[in-house]
Design a protein around this ligand. Structure first.
Ligand code: ADP
Ligand code: MG
Length: 893
């Protein structure tokens, strides 16, 4: 179901059923089983025969857990989704409802006191919903790495008094000493909710802490239990877990998501029925279980959709108002015992739980708070607490004696009670107001219904009046039509009368017509008489006409004879005329035949002339053709002879050219050989020169080395000489200073000797050097002379070769010149021949031309003659024809 849909329609309260297993006592007593659970069908069947009466009922719930179901199964199947919704920011409540001893406390808290959390943080198998929920919350939040805070409260509601089960020990001790439990007031928080003033909110930081807290709370309950005689079965406990989770919006603002889980362990359900059953102690019981009773009434009101829901009637319903028909998601776990001795309570529990299934809540996510506003609120709280602490420490606040405090407290309590009563009154008033409002709404609805009806009737009235008017109009129309019809009838009557009159008139007319007919018959008789007269007259006329026609016939025959005479004379005239005409025609015929004969003879003459001409021209043309044939023949012959000559010349030429070609090839081959030889020679030469140069370079290296050595030796000897000389000169000079005078000469001599000896040494070494160098030089000279000789040899050979080749080429040149000369000769002879041929051809052509010219001239002459003759013949023929035509014309004239 989508969230929106949920909000609009509401979701039903989820109701689970749990049936506990048989206890050891029950097993020992062999108690029969009356409850069977079908977990798959989610059904619980109760069946038992009591006094012959068979009770067999089946209930369906949202989930059913049988005796074998473990704490873990119930938690995972039913509570995990609820806790997840709390983590998403919903408020959720889980109630445990059932008879005492059916496992409410076992389900909610479990038997966790025996063994705390397992070694690796695992929960004991008996742990109930509370420790498991806390662990899930911590696991999820740690898994999300979220920043969060978890706070828990734990309170007990007994006899309409709220006790904090987590209050610090010292205070509760004080309270116990005073034999008075510290009760906490319930107050409106001004936002439509309630809060318990002074309730200890314990911050939990890890899931293991929950066991200490539960033990603390249970211990308090236990103590109370011993004091207050089975209080636990009559008291409700409420364990709340509030979670704040920090969230960051995409805009970077920090929001606080808030979710709350209420876990309610209700008082034993037997308290209701018992209070109902025993009237005598109803008041006390009612007082004690006011909360449970009110819870039942609230559920009834919600299921039956009554206008007023009595939340305010008990503290439990005030505390959990939002969980019943409000914005909280609610789940009820009903617990039952399978044993027969609990049957009555079991059935009532099943009924109760089944009814609660129909409650609808409209869950809403808690509005996320801005972190800043939360901090502001917290600062306010801190300030207030600081003030209180300060007042307590400095005794600066209000400080009152104990009695007065208790008095004031009791007054306050009374006032609170009064306020509560007034609240109830207000509630009643509100209820009345609501009822009145409902009535008012009903009245308004009725009124609107009535006005609607009135409108309808008015409409109907209008319609009927309209109809009436229409029908009146129609009536008027009908009357008018009636009048019209009456008028028509009277008119028709008048017309009938008129018709009768007319019939009479017609009869008289008819009688008149009969008379007229008789008259008509008389007239017809008269006409017949007239016709007979007319016939007589016509007969007379016929006779006269026959006489006149006879006279006319006589006249016609006389005129015919006259005409025949006339025609005979005309015939005669015509015959004479035709005779003359025939004569003339014969004459003309004769003349024409003579003219024709003359014309024919002339034409023959012309034809003869033409034939003559034809013959002469044919002869001339024959002559021309024979001449041309002879010419062609002579030319052919001439050309034949010339062709033979030319062929011989060309053969000569070809022969010479072939020889020339052969010579050339030979020459080229020889030249190639010669050049090859010279190339080899030059190669030899270069090799040799290379060797010489190599030798030379070696020698020069040697010389260089020697020179370096000699130089080093000389330098050394010079250096030693210098040294010796210096020493000697020093000592000598010293000696000289001693005996200057005596030893000057001696010294000079000795020095001279020394110098001489030294110089001889040097000279010797120089001589040795010189001889060495001379040897080298001489060897080099030898080499060079050798090279020179060889080179000269080479040069000579090359010269000879060149001479040889030049001679050879000269010879070849001569031969080629001779060949060329021959060619020139042949060419000249060919030229001469061609010249002769040209001349003869020219001659022949001249001859031919002159022949042709004479022939043509004669032909043209004959043609001219021919023309003249034809002209003559033509003129005579013209004259003849003119004459004959003139004659005929004359004759015709
Ligand atoms: P209630 O709180 O309704 O009065 P308790 O929770 O005190 O009932 O349970 C009574 C006894 O029954 C306890 O000893 C508990 O261990 C036992 N008991 C209840 N339900 C179960 C169960 N589902 N499995 C095992 N034992 C159970
Ligand atoms: Mg209990």
């Amino acid at each position: 179901m989508s969230g929106r849909h949920e909000r609009e329609k509401g979701v039903n309260v989820q109701v689970l059923l749990r049936c506990r297993p048989f206890s050891e006592d029950e097993l020992r007593n062999n108690a029969p089983q009356v409850v069977t659970c079908n977990e798959f069908q989610r059904e619980v069947a109760v069946s038992q025969n009591i006094a012959g009466k068979h009770i067999d009922r089946v209930f369906t719930f949202d989930k059913v857990f049988g005796p074998t179901a473990q704490q873990k199964d119930l938690y995972e199947q039913a509570v995990v989704p609820i806790v997840n919704e709390v983590l998403e920011g919903f408020n959720c409540t889980i109630f445990a409802y059932g008879q005492t001893g059916t496992g409410k406390t076992y389900t909610m808290e479990g038997e966790c006191k025996r063994g705390k959390a397992g070694h690796n943080g695992e929960l004991p198998a008996d742990a109930g919903v509370i420790p498991r929920a806390v662990q899930q919350i911590f696991d999820t939040l740690e898994g999300q790495n979220a920043e969060y805070s978890v706070k828990v409260t734990f309170l007990e509601l007994y006899n309409e008094e709220i006790t904090d089960l987590l209050a610090p020990e010292e205070i509760s001790k004080v309270v116990l000493e005073e034999k008075q439990k510290k009760t906490l007031p319930l107050m409106e928080d001004g936002k439509g909710g309630v809060l318990v003033r002074g309730l200890e909110e314990e911050i939990v930081t890890s899931s293991s802490e929950i066991f200490t807290l539960l033990e603390r709370g249970s211990a308090k309950r236990r103590t109370a239990e011993t004091l207050l005689n089975k209080q636990s079965s009559r008291s409700h406990s409420l364990f709340s877990i509030t979670i704040h989770i920090k969230e960051a919006t995409p805009e970077g603002e920090e929001l606080i998501k808030c979710g709350k889980l209420n876990l309610v362990d209700l008082a034993g359900s037997e308290n209701i029925s018992r209070s109902g059953a025993r009237d005598g102690r109803a008041r006390e019981a009612g007082e004690i279980n006011k909360s449970l009773l009110t819870l039942g009434r609230v559920i009834s009101a919600l299921v039956e959709h009554l206008g007023h829901v009595p939340y305010r009637d008990s503290k439990l319903t005030r505390l959990l108002r939002d969980s019943l028909g409000g914005r909280t998601k609610t789940c009820i776990i009903a617990t039952v015992s399978p044993a027969v001795h609990c049957l009555e309570e079991t059935l009532s529990t099943l009924d109760y739980a089944h009814r609660a299934k129909h409650i609808k809540n409209k869950p809403e996510v808690n509005q996320k708070m801005m972190k800043s506003t939360l901090i502001k609120d917290l600062y306010g709280e801190i300030e207030r607490l600081k003030g209180e602490v300060y007042a307590a420490r400095e005794k600066n606040g209000v400080y009152v004696p104990k009695e007065r405090y208790y008095q004031e407290e009791s007054e306050r309590k009374a006032m609170a009670d009064q306020i509560e009563k007034m609240g109830v009154l207000l509630e009643n008033h509100q209820k009345q107001l609501e009822e009145l409002q409902d009535k008012y709404v009903a009245q308004v609805r009725q009124c609107s219904d009535l006005s609607g009806k009135l409108e309808k009737t008015e409409k109907n009235l209008n319609e009927t009046s309209k109809l009436l008017a229409n029908s009146e109009e129609e009536l008027k129309k009908c009357r008018y039509v009636l009048k019209e019809k009456e008028f028509i009838i009277s008119q028709q009557k008048q017309a009938e009368n008129a018709l009768a009159h007319q019939a009479c008139a017609l009869r008289s007319d008819l009688e008149k017509a009969v008379k007229d007919n008789a008259l008509l018959f008389l007239k017809i008789g008269r006409e017949d008489k007239l016709n007979a007269d007319n016939r007589v007259v016509v007969n007379n006329y016929q006779v006269e006409l026959a006489q006149q026609i006879g006279s006319i016939c006589n006249l016609v025959s006389s005129s015919m004879s006259q005409q025949n005479e006339h025609l005979e004379s005309v015939e005669k005239l015509c015959r004479s005329f035709t005779d003359t005409h025939q004569k003339a025609i014969l004459d003309m015929k004769k003349k024409l035949t003579t003219a024709r004969t003359s014309h024919v003879s002339q034409m023959e003459a012309v034809q003869n002339i033409v034939r003559l001409h034809k013959g002469s021209s044919n002869a001339a043309l024959d002559e021309i053709s024979t001449l041309a044939a002879s010419n062609a023949h002579s030319i052919e012959e001439f050309l034949k002879s010339e062709a033979g000559k030319a062929a011989s010349i060309f053969n000569d030429l070809q022969g010479t050219l072939a020889t020339q070609q052969g010579e050339m090839a030979l020459f080229a081959r020889e030249l190639r050989q010669r050049f090859h030889a010279s190339i080899e020679q030059t190669k030899n030469i270069s090799d040799y020169t290379n060797g010489i140069l190599d030798k030379l370079s070696e020698e020069s290296v040697k010389v260089q080395n020697h020179a370096v050595q000699a130089d080093g030796v000389q330098m050394k000897s010079i250096a030693s000489f210098q040294k010796v000389y210096e020493e000697q000169s020093k000592s000598e000079s010293e000696k000289l200073i001693a005996d200057m005078t005596n030893l000057v000469f001696n010294h000079v001599r000795r020095q001279k000797e020394l110098v001489d000896a030294r110089l001889v040494d040097i000279r010797e070494s120089a001589m040795a050097n010189k001889t060495f160098l001379d040897g080298h030089v001489s060897s080099m000279v030898g080499i060079t002379t050798d090279a020179k000789r060889k080179w000269q040899e080479f040069v000579m050979q090359a010269e000879n070769d060149a001479k040889d080749s030049s001679d050879y080429s000269a010879a070849k040149h001569c031969r080629m010149e001779a060949l060329l000369q021959q060619c020139v000769f042949t060419a000249e002879s060919a030229f001469k021949h061609s010249k002769v041929a040209q001349e003869s051809v020219n001659e022949m052509a001249h001859k031919h031309v002159s022949d042709m010219a004479s022939l043509i001239r004669s032909a043209s002459d004959t043609n001219e003659q021919h023309d003249a003759e034809i002209d003559c013949a033509r003129i005579s023929a013209e004259q003849d024809s003119l004459k004959s035509t003139d004659d005929t014309l004359k004759y015709i004239d």
